[in-house]
Design a binder for this molecule. Structure first.
Ligand SMILES: [Zn+2]
Ligand SMILES: [Zn+2]
Length: 109
């Protein structure tokens, strides 16, 4: 095994290129263009991961009032919302109020 020059595959295009033997870190790219492409790929992968994380943080739920599926971000406390909108929350509140009044209505003889 000879020590120099080393031939390594480029991380981006896979082409083998000879490494100058230096004390520094070996380059993983055959050219500046390949280095730029890899940097962009890494950034895109990172952005994709962040979007996936955001999506995972969203809960897929069914509204208690209108029974429509909706997604919402879960709060830090981990509590999940029950209604898709303020209108549905109000409608549920009114319904609760009405049933509470009806339950308190005196029974007819
Ligand atoms: Zn390359
Ligand atoms: Zn709703």
């Amino acid at each position: 095994m000879s020590a120099s020059p080393r031939s390594l595959p480029c991380k981006t295009c896979g082409a083998h290129f000879s490494q100058p033997v230096t004390n520094g870190r070996p380059s993983r790219f055959c050219s500046e263009a390949c280095r730029t492409i890899d940097r962009k790929r890494t950034r895109d992968a990172w952005n994709g991961q962040k979007a996936a994380d955001r999506e995972a943080a969203r809960a897929h739920l069914i509204c208690r009032t209108c029974q429509q599926p909706f997604s919402a971000e879960t709060s830090r406390a981990g509590r999940k919302p029950v209604f898709c909108s303020a209108e549905c929350r109000r409608a549920d509140h009114i319904a609760n109020l009405r049933s509470w009044r009806e339950s308190r209505r005196p029974e007819p003889d």
